[in-house]
Design a binder for this molecule. Structure first.
Ligand SMILES: Cc1cc2nc3c(=O)[nH]c(=O)nc-3n(C[C@H](O)[C@H](O)[C@H](O)COP(=O)(O)OP(=O)(O)OC[C@H]3O[C@@H](n4cnc5c(N)ncnc54)[C@H](O)[C@@H]3O)c2cc1C
Length: 118
């Protein structure tokens, strides 16, 4: 009897999880990381491009009492990156090389740059 109840509970949990998580790619406001374990509804996703635009997003969030989530390649796997109802700033376009000194072997890049960009 206990086993049957546990199995039923597991089935219900699986179904709830399935219906909650089955369409993250079709809904731009439902966002998740690489694990796809914790989809979260956010207000919107914006591409970070220039400092002024990033400042505007922060000011808007402050005015509207919204939180900000920052996304890079979205390869984290703990579901911790996104806040519910936040504005997600996708930093992948903020990836310019700012300074490069081959002699010193120094490179300064914007915060969204990946090793591939470097
Ligand atoms: C298949 C697989 C293999 C992996 N192998 C390795 C491995 O070998 N070694 C290893 O170290 N890791 C590994 N990881 C983990 C993953 O690569 C790291 O978590 C990676 O650092 C995530 O980077 P991201 O750009 O995807 O960040 P995201 O997942 O987008 O974000 C991770 C965190 O960083 C913050 N963040 C992202 N971009 C910025 C930014 N520009 N400014 C400020 N905060 C920011 C986010 O808010 C979030 O809190 C692996 C992951 C996967 C899926």
């Amino acid at each position: 009897m206990k086993k049957a109840f546990a199995l039923l509970l597991l089935t219900v949990l699986c179904l709830v999880n399935y219906f909650q998580n089955s369409t993250p790619d079709q809904d731009p406001y439902l966002i998740t990381d690489y694990s796809r374990l914790h989809p979260i509804k956010v207000t919107r996703v914006v591409k970070g491009r220039e400092e002024e635009q990033l400042r505007d997003i922060l000011q808007e969030a402050q005015k509207k009492h919204l939180t900000i989530s920052i996304a890079g390649q979205r390869h984290s796997q703990g579901g911790h990156t996104y806040y519910k109802d936040s504005i997600v700033v996708d930093m992948t376009s903020y990836n310019e090389v700012m300074e490069f000194d081959p002699e010193q072997k120094m490179i300064r890049v914007q915060a969204g740059a990946t090793w591939k960009d470097v």
